[in-house]
Design a protein around this ligand. Structure first.
Ligand SMILES: Nc1nc2c(ncn2[C@@H]2O[C@H](COP(=O)(O)OP(=O)(O)OP(=O)(O)O)[C@@H](O)[C@H]2O)c(=O)[nH]1
Length: 237
């Protein structure tokens, strides 16, 4: 299975009547890869977000699967391509072929099963190996928050420590109740979008320098401040 990364061209109008500029932006889909042990709830997390449903029955992912979710951030259409990978050892080889080019890596563990947290380092290492250094945002996500008890709370303390070591952002969610799921993916989308805008603006900078670099800097700042405030709004939810 191979998903194309369709590219959208966007005409973006900035500036007041005096300094009207039209920027032509190429907005691509950002790739998100979800990894972790079998049965931790990767498929359930994605299904809760993309389809708003929850299935109590376990159906193992065979190899990989993906969903595309559409967002609109500061009025700009934007897509996330979310890759669900199999946690079973026998499919690891197939799944790892899809790690490349991930703008976001989501490493998932089960809050009720500390072993799955111990394995996250290996999952992350495998995913990072297929990507350029420092090219991906990393998230550590504890699932099944609805089952939370004293053991889960201790696991969560370890998870926060792990997240710091991995330079990851930590979230705990429940696909069953939906707790934190939308907020989490909004944060993922906001960070990936911001990164995509920065890359696009950096590319545009070369062309724009010939017609007025000063305007471009103010356009960049304006857009990035807006995106940053979007990120902060969603992070504080
Ligand atoms: N109570 C509870 N159960 C959950 C939650 N998320 C997933 N489950 C259950 O955990 C089991 C495994 O969930 P999956 O989403 O299939 O796990 P997976 O990580 O995709 O598994 P693989 O495809 O084998 O890698 C299923 O029976 C789900 O119903 C949750 O938030 N709360």
């Amino acid at each position: 299975m191979q998903a194309e990364s369709p590219k959208a061209h966007l005409l973006y109008s900035v500036g007041g009547p005096r300094a009207k500029r039209i920027i032509c932006m190429k907005l691509k889909i950002s790739k998100v890869v979800v990894v972790g042990d079998l049965y931790v709830g990767k498929t359930s997390l994605i299904n809760r977000f993309c389809k708003d449903n929850f299935d109590r029955d376990y159906k193992a992912t065979i190899g990989v699967d993906f969903e595309i979710e559409r967002f609109e951030i500061i009025g700009i259409p934007y897509n996330l391509q979310i890759w669900d990978t199999a946690g079973q050892e026998k499919f690891k080889c197939i799944a790892s072929a899809y790690y490349r080019g991930a703008e976001v890596i989501i490493t998932v563990f089960d809050l009720a099963d500390i072993q799955t947290l111990d394995h996250t380092k290996q999952w992350l290492e495998d995913a990072l190996r297929e990507n350029e250094p420092d090219s991906s945002f990393i998230f550590l996500v504890g699932t099944k928050k609805d089952l939370s008890d004293a053991v889960c709370e201790r696991t969560e303390l370890d998870a926060i420590r792990f997240a710091n070591e991995m330079q990851a952002e930590y979230w705990s969610v429940s696909a069953k109740t939906g707790e934190n799921v939308k907020e989490f993916f909004s944060r993922v989308a906001a960070l990936a979008f911001e990164q995509s805008m920065i890359k696009e603006l950096e590319k545009t900078a070369g062309h724009m320098a010939q017609i007025g670099a000063g305007n471009l800097i103010s356009i960049q700042l304006g857009l990035l401040l807006t995106v940053n405030s979007f990120c902060k709004r969603h992070a504080s939810l």
